[in-house]
Design a protein around this ligand. Sequence first.
Ligand SMILES: Cc1cc2nc3c(=O)[nH]c(=O)nc-3n(C[C@H](O)[C@H](O)[C@H](O)COP(=O)(O)OP(=O)(O)OC[C@H]3O[C@@H](n4cnc5c(N)ncnc54)[C@H](O)[C@@H]3O)c2cc1C
Length: 437
Amino acid sequence: MGPSPARRVAIVGAGSSGLLLALLLQRQGHQVCLFERAPDLRPEGCGILLVRSGVEAIAAAGIPALLEEILAAGLPVSRFVVRNLRGDLINSSPAEREPGELPSLLIQRRFILEAMAARLEAGVFRPGAGLLCWSQDSAGVEAHFDDGSYWQGDLLVGADGLHSRVAQQLAPLRRLNFLGDRVWRGVVADGSLCRDGEFFVYARGRGVYANVFDLGTDADGVPLTHWGFFQEEVLPADRSERRRLLSEPVPEEGLAKLPADLATLIRATPPQRQVANWSFDIDPLPTLVAGRVALLGDAGHAMSSSQARGMTAGLEDAVALARLLGALAADGGAGEGTAGAAPERGGAADPEGTACCGVETALLRYNAERLPVVHRYQERSRQVSARTGRMRRPQVAAEQGPGATGLGLAPTSAAGGASSHSSQADTASKPTTARAA
Ligand SMILES: Cc1cc2nc3c(=O)[nH]c(=O)nc-3n(C[C@H](O)[C@H](O)[C@H](O)COP(=O)(O)OP(=O)(O)OC[C@H]3O[C@@H](n4cnc5c(N)ncnc54)[C@H](O)[C@@H]3O)c2cc1C
């Protein structure tokens, strides 16, 4: 058994999924390029609930001090509180946590991204490089970027999110399904509504839904609160109209449906601390891999935020893929040990010529391990959405590719392999369960 040969890996997309994979693969000694379309890291996105298995994935990554830094930047969720749109209490339950268990975390997304980005080795991060297209053959994989750069190597990973270019080619029938909401999120300097790790849900009604949670304090001790406001709307066919609507503040007629204290909190949020988007998911894909190309995170399984599972699923993907690539060393570099990279592509980094076939083996194992798990997340996410009245609007769904993906809705048979991921998912969905009851 020898060390795994160094592979040349391109990761497309520097969100949480791509960043964690880049950290893990650089530690394994691979030649990693992390391409990002934006001119810099994109740390926007307000607060998130990182459920326990997401925190556990960061722990499992074993990147020195990363877990500690992220735990220190966040706040353990303490209680889920469900209210109706008048503000009356429907249900309140503590977040369950056994002694020694890691918490589910309320945290600003940017702290997770920045903590990871700070650990990248020099030269790994390639901002300002949007993927245009990729191709592969028996000798390797290559990619072209909109800054004119060209990459070739052994493995290409699409961690490029909901609108993934990598996925467009890998799964041409992948398309986005509109979930029926325009969504605003913000972070505001306020500690009056929820405190000490509380997570409030305002149950869906009259075409709106909201959540609010405590984000602790900033560096100056000022309390911070995250809010999300969802308003049911029809997706305009015209893309420029969609963009225009996303630049609008939360409409007053929507705020009027909320309790006065929550509406006041939203109005008090500076525009630069708000983001807006249309909510989409994708149907479960029939595969996450093709040859030497793999999908990671939202690129492979974007789902609604109903279960707070999206970031967690991508972090789990990264840990699994890195582990399986690392395990090739235990197989003697590839298992097969033939049919390596062409000399001009793989010679220097992969003297035994095992990178390509070994990579393909690892990707097949990654697909076998992760596909049932993410299908189950997608299925549950849709079940929770359905229970809480969040509708899919298929009449405006076709956003990418000519038709539906191969598997359609909720492939329960494919989900059988997932086992140990349900407790936090249930916790995260408690508010909605209570509402449905
Ligand atoms: C309203 C809302 C609330 C949410 N709440 C939660 C929550 O509470 N908990 C949770 O776990 N999840 C939540 N999510 C989901 C979570 O944010 C995502 O699942 C997660 O951020 C996905 O990470 P990613 O790295 O896979 O993709 P992204 O974070 O989308 O990163 C993709 C990156 O790829 C880049 N990129 C795109 N195209 C290209 C290209 N062609 N070339 C190069 N780079 C490219 C993008 O610029 C971006 O930086 C929420 C999502 C929404 C919309």
